[in-house]
Design a protein around this ligand. Structure first.
Ligand SMILES: [Ca+2]
Ligand SMILES: [Ca+2]
Length: 260
């Protein structure tokens, strides 16, 4: 065999091996990532897209109009409502397969994904044990005799260990029959007697500033088997609410994406 020909064969063999290794390293992981792609409609003013392990806001009218007449899995107040065609204007409108409008009430969460998202049914009640609430208030210089406009606790087994965690939501914003000097809004999780803060906001009260937080939806939105949590914060009047998607990483909550 001529030396020149042998050199070509060796180069071709090396290229084939290189190509196969590159496919195994990048191609396979790319197709695995592609499996977790989803679009979430969260209320009327937030659309998040997740693909290749990153979150993105979709907020231009032309991009939003791409979803018109597409089918989404729709939840209202975290209860499954059905599969509907959607149309975006000032809000999301829902239609059945024959394009008949379907009216609805409640907080909208809808998704399209190449995997199933199970939305957690939140059990929310008024707070009865103020031990942890008082700790948080004292840590921020508040008296524990404060009045509230919001004081709820939701139970979720967020880390899936079989024991429910408590998510406290407290606030005194937008008070009508009292006027605190300072407003506060806190959202925190208590697990094993430890407080993990998600949202804390304290400032001088002007009656219409700050926002009223709430647990919006808990689910595994990115198909990594761990739960994430969407927190809403309603602003005064008809201003767009703040929406934040949290992940629990390295023993703390971290915002993955927000609409503002
Ligand atoms: Ca748990
Ligand atoms: Ca997850």
């Amino acid at each position: 065999m001529k030396k020149g020909r042998l050199k070509y064969i060796i180069i071709i063999v090396i290229l084939i091996i290189y190509g196969s290794v590159m496919y195994l390293v990048f191609g396979v992981s790319e197709s695995r990532e592609r499996k977790a792609a989803t679009t979430l409609l969260v209320g009327d003013s937030t659309v998040w897209n997740y693909s290749s392990r990153s979150w993105m806001n979709i907020n231009t009218p032309s991009l939003l109009s791409n979803f018109n007449w597409q089918k989404f899995n729709v939840y209202l107040d975290n209860q499954y409502f059905g599969k509907y065609l959607v149309w975006h204007d000032d809000k999301w409108y829902l239609f059945d397969n024959n394009k008949n409008a379907v009216s609805y009430q409640g907080n909208l969460f809808a998704y399209q994904a190449d995997f199933n998202i199970d939305v957690v049914n939140l059990s929310t009640t008024d707070i009865t044990d103020y031990t942890y609430v008082n700790t948080v208030l004292k840590n921020h210089g508040f008296d524990t005799t404060v009045e509230y406009t919001l004081k709820s606790v939701s139970k979720v087994d967020f880390d899936k260990d079989g024991v429910l965690e408590d998510f406290y939501v407290i606030s005194n914003v937008f008070a009508e029959d009292f006027f605190p000097e300072k407003y506060f809004s806190f959202v925190f999780m208590v697990d094993n007697n430890n407080i993990y803060m998600l949202y804390e906001d304290v400032d001088k009260n002007e009656g219409v500033n700050g926002c009223k937080p709430g647990l919006y939806t808990v689910a595994d939105f990115d198909n990594d088997k761990d739960y994430e949590l969407i927190l809403s914060c309603a602003k005064y009047s008809n201003q767009t609410p703040l929406m934040m998607l949290y992940e629990f990483k390295d023993n703390a909550f971290e915002i993955e994406i927000s609409n503002q």
